[in-house]
Design a protein around this ligand. Structure first.
Ligand SMILES: *Cc1c(COP(=O)(O)O)cnc(C)c1O
Length: 214
């Protein structure tokens, strides 16, 4: 990360590493915490709920990010557990988040997921609809967008998608970009990422595939 930041002419420390611990247990997560890592990402609410409350008792300064799709019936638990949610992508979800955040007086930072490749199977608002959705979040639901997030299609050059996300963020006055994974985080940093989501490069290959559902 440091050399990618330097190469991009950005200060070291300008990007935050989210260590993606999905499918891994405390025995694998604790050594990463002991090495100094504090920011972690999970893609399922139930899995995070099973693992992180006890880890947080031992390490109160952990920061937890939800990076997987969120169903409206899990919003209550997600607001209670996570410090950031990267996958806001539809009005019904935004409405539910606004309601729960007010009720719990907890305010996780919200990222809007953009489906930059317009892939039918993938979550996220379409690039053409992003500006309107960002405005709707602000005006209708009173939600500020902390950042934008994308997952480029596996078979395409990621830089085009990173550049598109950056462009949408800039024209909407949004500061943070959540983009880049184990295979492409250097490229993402070159394109302005300040939250990168890295799993296998830290924890090793996952023994079983994580599901795509929160
Ligand atoms: C699993 C996952 C990652 C991490 O992927 P790696 O290739 O293991 O680094 C990043 N972002 C999201 C949304 C994920 O689901």
């Amino acid at each position: 990360m440091d050399s990618a930041l330097k190469a991009a002419g950005r200060p070291v420390g300008d990007a935050t590493l989210i260590a993606v611990s999905k499918t891994f247990g405390p025995e694998e997560i604790v050594p990463v915490i002991e090495a100094g890592q504090r920011v972690f990402g999970e893609n399922r609410v139930q899995e995070a709920k099973a693992k992180y409350p006890s880890l947080r008792k031992r390490y109160p300064d952990l920061e937890l990010h939800l990076i997987g799709p969120l169903q409206t019936n899990k919003v209550k638990e997600a607001v209670a557990l996570f410090d950031a949610i990267h996958t806001v992508d539809r009005p019904k979800l935004a409405a539910e988040l606004a309601k729960e955040m007010q009720k719990q007086n907890r305010h996780p930072r919200l990222f809007i997921q953009v489906n930059t490749g317009a892939e039918p199977q993938k979550a996220g608002v379409l690039p053409d609809e992003a500006d309107a959705f960002i405005a709707q979040c602000r005006e209708q639901f009173g939600l500020e967008t902390a950042g934008l997030m994308c997952i480029p299609p596996v078979d395409e050059e990621p830089s085009l998608h990173f550049a598109l996300l950056d462009k949408i963020a800039k024209r909407n006055g949004i500061k943070n970009l959540s983009m880049g994974m184990s295979g492409d985080f250097e490229t993402a940093i070159a394109f302005g990422a300040n939250y990168i989501r890295v799993g296998s490069a830290i924890f090793g290959a996952r023994a079983y595939p994580a599901t795509d559902h929160a």
